[in-house]
Design a protein around this ligand. Structure first.
Ligand SMILES: Cc1ncc(COP(=O)(O)O)c(C=O)c1O
Length: 396
């Protein structure tokens, strides 16, 4: 393989949230970090090179988003997602979560309702509640094949109350790993049009899909969808540069975009860093081949884990996601209450994962495992889990 994803890079003592915060989060020193969503791989060589070149210059003043920067993003959207955008639609923001927060604050009023589809990435709750807006849950449902689906009847019931102003969509969905189909998104878009609801589509995981071309940007659905949506994109998950605080919010509607720009100015958030600019442009221009290699490697990790569980730990089940490097693992077969499950996984298995409950009450008995790690780390995790479960079986 041209890129060596098996290479172990020691991330300890690099002020890494994922690695160095383990004792603070999990209360033990030696849990394997498989939680917060960044990867244990180096960024693509082209990105590292671009940053080296930028460092060599030695001057790091205030930085613009150049025409070339915007062109790199629009080309990527075109090639990877068959979505033609105009460069001026792109608004920089130092993160997707700050963008979600700004959009909720600027485009809804205190009494308005905002819908999220649970279980979902925890900040979706806080960006609504922290601004004093009313959170309305539209829980995902599990079909007979065990796949998560949107509950359109429940959604329409909430919309018909007349107080919903916005829906925050997670597309693809973290943590359940769905890539919403064009049909599902079109049905959602039709309801949003009927009830005049703004759509904030968090598409940060859109490049991490296992079937090329399967993701549909919400704004690409129709002219109406385009005019009522904010598409939140970022190179951060895709190329493992989350620490560079770079996101691009694509807002085709002029009025919405101007208001978003004002909100950014209010908090002085519109300025990109020189490193973020260099890395983002290089990633989108030259990172495609690396990303394809990464996706193959990640799929290998996931298949390895699924096979291992099926063979050795059948109490624990996983469905392979259509996107993301996150496995949403069903531990209900162990029959433990959530608190006991957490304690077991941290103290006995020594693996640090995200507690399902933090994504929603309907995720009890689940844990989210980040498998953007070397195969050796995935193997170590399975071995630790197996040993702990064998001991638990003996004691049970
Ligand atoms: C759905 C989703 N949105 C946003 C983020 C974080 O975005 P940012 O770091 O740009 O604020 C994550 C990180 O895991 C995520 O999963």
């Amino acid at each position: 393989m041209k890129f060596d994803f098996d290479l172990t890079i020691d991330r300890s003592r690099t002020a890494s949230l994922k690695w160095d915060h383990i004792p603070a989060i999990f209360g033990v020193e030696d849990a394997l970090p498989m939680w917060v969503a960044d990867m244990d791989f180096a960024a693509p060589p082209a990105v590292v090179r671009a940053m080296h070149n930028r460092v060599e210059h030695g001057v790091f003043g205030y930085t613009l988003q150049t025409d070339s920067y915007r062109e790199a993003i629009s080309n990527w959207m075109n090639v990877r997602h068959n979505w033609s955008i105009q460069p001026q639609w792109i608004q920089f923001c130092p993160g997707v979560v700050p963008a979600l927060s700004l959009i909720v604050e600027s485009f809804t009023e205190p009494d308005d309702q905002v819908i999220i589809q649970t279980p979902v990435y925890p900040p979706f709750y806080s960006v609504v509640k922290d601004h004093g807006r009313e959170l309305v849950l539209n829980p995902l449902q599990v079909n007979d094949q065990g796949d998560y689906e949107m509950d359109f009847e429940d959604l329409e019931r909430s919309l018909s109350g007349g107080r919903v102003k916005m829906i925050i969509l997670c597309s693809p969905h973290n943590p359940v790993g769905r890539v919403w189909t064009r049909e599902e998104l079109s049905r959602l878009a039709a309801l949003c049009e009927q009830y005049d609801v703004l759509v904030v589509s968090d598409e940060i995981h859109a490049d991490l899909i296992y079937q090329a071309g399967s993701h549909t940007p919400f704004a690409a659905l129709s002219e109406d969808a385009m005019n009522r949506s904010f598409i939140c994109t970022a190179p951060s998950k895709t190329f493992n540069i989350a620490g560079l605080n770079t996101a691009n919010i694509i807002i085709p509607n002029d009025k919405l975009r101007r208001r978003f720009e004002k909100a950014l100015q209010k908090y002085a958030l519109g300025s990109i860093t020189p490193m973020g600019a260099a890395a983002t442009e290089a990633a989108y221009r030259e990172g495609g081949e690396w990303l394809d290699g990464l996706l193959t490697y990640l799929r290998g990790n996931m298949e390895y884990i699924k096979d291992y569980l099926e063979q050795h730990i059948p109490e624990v089940k996983v469905t392979l996601p259509e996107a993301t490097y996150l496995l949403f693992i069903d531990f209900r077969g162990l029959g433990m209450a959530q608190e006991d499950l957490n304690r077991f996984l941290v103290q006995k298995a020594k693996i640090g994962m995200n507690n399902g409950i933090t994504f929603g009450k309907n995720a009890e008995g689940f844990m989210r495992m980040n498998v953007a790690c070397t195969r050796a780390t995935a193997q170590e995790a399975m071995s630790r889990l197996h040993t702990a479960v064998q001991q638990w079986r003996k004691e049970g």
